[in-house]
Design a protein around this ligand. Structure first.
Ligand code: CDP
Ligand code: MG
Length: 625
């Protein structure tokens, strides 16, 4: 379906509101502005290099179709490579040339946020940090009052909206890659729709873009019809997609063989999508061995979230005499263009955050990707020349993939989302609508839990404690444990018979000091989470106190910290074998047989009450704790 150029303007809203008439540049003007003598952004002369850069992106389809739409909400669907991410923000920017307000473009990840600002600065012939800037978690380059096109991560836009709810200095928000459905991007969509329905920012233009998103969902979320949908024609070079003939059991070996074959017999760069950071490192060492005689011709590069920025950026540096082999996680799945890419190898797997009730945190689980993700991965080739995609899964396996990536909001309890909404002044779910809303019981549980944790009060407002914990990367319960003024468990516990939690902590510490009897993957994950939490605590200036093992009060201090995090889950002994959970009177539970805890104090806290009423991860507590 194509954009309806003669569509009438949307009906006037019932309330009197000041809606300045929106200027729209047409396609001819859009091209003209970029082909003139002077830079439309700052009136300066274009640099001598500009004309050759300009010829690289002239006439991409995105701008034309977008320019024709005068809707307040535009939902853009266009194949990967059609120019959504790079051309459309410019069209939006040229619409606002006479206004002092910015165009803000969100990205689900930090790497493309920075990279796109750099690319757009080149296309607009300005320096990053001046007319074009970016801002993500711990990095920003922008000039207030001068920056007119700003790339941000979803999380950063949310942070901005805490203090600037109406986005005073923003004319247009473009939510890119909205198929990703992270908690943050869903909340962004909810808050934007809320703002749109209020009379204060009726002039705000909202654009959602994706190659693979669920357009029906977006249309109903924004309460718009087909006239708001802009479909872009494809603009890619031919791409051949091959599936494997049979199921692949060892994806590292399979990827290694495909890469080696391509290095020997093919041309151009290779991008391999692997589920996790460890897989990338693993494949790197395999390839070093396998390609030993050819290492002088190739540059083996890693690309995952926790890699330092300088190393991440190496994938974009031109290497005229070396062929790049990039081993990446799904961080490279969206918004990126690698100039000489000829082959994508896709394992069809990703590590997906899955809520683990036992410890109240997300765990990364190896899972098949969605069809939408597979399309995004394939869409990294064919952007600057023809390319090939080798899928390490069969066509039949592909057919079993879910169409869209399951929204993160539906994969975990609603507590975290409700806390985030509360941070944004949402007191009741009647005030907002998410693309996917929680069920009644999910919502009731979440609000009850936030209240019990003293994070949200009876009126639905954030408490002082709530303000401190917002932004931490785990479920609120374990956060409280870290925030309690009592000392926080740090290092060096002995194995003990009173607490499964302390036992787990001791085992983790033993692993840190080189023991090998635990799941390395789980420990590494715990280690990463710990360091993220430490950073967050530092950033909100909460002191990290390490408990001293020689302290006679060591157990008590740890015990108190555990109770502070789990007081919600208290059980008291009913008789020799059964326990009664305070929160659900009437339910008789037993302790997990694997628990080391004696239960002698007659009162425990637990992490999980499983469907068979077995309490798991238990700690003996004293009533005065
Ligand atoms: O967002 P979408 O996938 O629709 O496309 P895009 O990221 O805007 O890129 C459109 C086209 O611009 C790509 O297919 C490339 O041909 C070109 N491009 C490029 O050559 N170098 C970049 N760094 C970015 C885009
Ligand atoms: Mg894009």
């Amino acid at each position: 379906m194509s954009a309806n150029t003669n569509a009438p303007l949307s009906a006037p809203a019932p309330l009197p509101r000041l809606v300045p008439k929106r200027r729209t540049v047409n396609q001819a003007r859009y091209e003209q502005l970029q082909d003139g003598q002077r830079n439309p952004l700052n009136g300066g002369q274009f640099s001598p290099e500009y004309s050759s850069i300009r010829s690289g992106f002239r006439g991409l389809p995105a701008s034309q179709h977008y320019c024709d739409s005068s809707k307040d909400v535009v939902i853009v669907q266009g194949a990967t490579g059609s120019g959504k991410t790079t051309q459309l923000p410019k069209a939006a920017l040229f619409n606002e040339l006479d206004h002092p307000r910015m165009v803000v473009v969100t990205q689900p990840r930090k790497l493309p946020t920075r990279e796109l600002a750099q690319r757009l600065a080149v296309e607009l012939d300005v320096n990053v940090g001046e007319e074009v800037g970016y801002s993500c978690k711990d990095e920003r380059q922008l000039t207030i009052g001068r920056t007119k096109l700003l790339f941000v991560s979803d999380g950063t836009l949310l942070k901005k909206m805490v203090t600037d709810r109406t986005l005073r200095d923003v004319a247009c928000v473009i939510v890119d890659e909205c198929h990703e459905r992270s908690v943050d991007s869903d909340i962004v969509l909810a808050l934007l729709q809320k703002l749109r329905k209020e009379s204060t920012r009726a002039d705000l233009k909202i654009v959602c873009m994706s190659a693979t998103g669920d357009m029906h969902k977006l249309k109903s979320h924004f309460e718009v019809d087909d006239r708001s949908v802009v479909s872009l024609p494809g603009h890619t070079f031919p791409v051949q997609i091959y599936h494997s003939n049979g199921p692949v059991s060892d994806y590292i070996a399979a990827a290694r063989d495909r890469v080696a074959n391509h290095v020997l017999h093919g041309s151009g760069d290779v991008l391999v999508f692997l589920p996790g950071q460890d897989d990338c490192i693993d494949l790197l060492s395999h390839l070093r061995g396998h390609l030993a005689p050819h290492l002088v011709q190739v540059s083996l590069l890693l690309l995952y979230r926790d890699l330092p920025v300088a190393e991440q950026s190496m994938v974009f540096e031109p290497t005229p005499n070396l062929r790049k082999i990039v081993l990446a996680t799904n961080i490279a799945e969206t918004s990126l263009t690698l100039a000489d890419l000829k082959l994508v190898i896709d394992t069809g797997l990703a590590k997906v955050a899955q809520y683990d009730a036992a410890n109240g945190m997300d765990r990364l689980l190896l899972s098949p990707i969605s069809k939408a993700s597979a399309t995004q991965r394939a869409g990294r080739v064919g952007r600057t020349s023809p390319g090939t995609v080798m899928r390490l899964y069969t066509a039949a396996q592909y057919a079993q993939f879910e169409t869209h990536t399951r929204p993160a909001i539906l994969r975990s309890p609603f507590t975290e989302t409700l806390l985030k909404l509360t941070v944004h002044g949402v007191r009741s779910m009647a005030e907002v609508s998410l693309p996917d809303n929680p069920t009644g019981p999910q919502l009731a549980n979440a609000s009850e839990e936030l209240r019990a944790l003293c994070l949200r009060d009876g009126q639905g407002s954030l408490t002082a404690l709530g303000r401190q914990v917002r932004g931490m990367p785990v479920d609120p319960k374990p956060q409280i444990r870290l925030l309690e003024p009592d000392p926080v468990p740090g290092c060096g516990a002995g194995i003990s018979g009173w607490s499964d939690h302390v036992t787990a902590l001791s085992a983790f510490e033993a692993w840190r000091q080189n023991a090998h009897f635990l799941s390395v993957e789980a420990c590494k994950e715990a280690e990463r989470l710990r360091s993220r939490l430490e950073n967050e605590m530092q950033s909100v200036q909460i002191p990290l106190i390490r408990a001293d093992f020689d302290d006679p009060l060591y157990n008590e201090r740890l015990g108190r910290a555990i109770v502070a995090g789990l007081f919600w889950n208290i059980a008291v002994k009913a008789d020799a074998y059964s326990w009664q959970v305070k929160r659900s009177p009437g339910q008789v539970c037993t302790l997990d047989r694997n628990s080391l805890v004696s239960g002698d104090t007659g009162m425990v806290v637990f992490s999980e009450n499983d469907p068979r009423a077995v309490l798991r991860m238990v700690t003996d507590i004293h009533p005065d704790w």
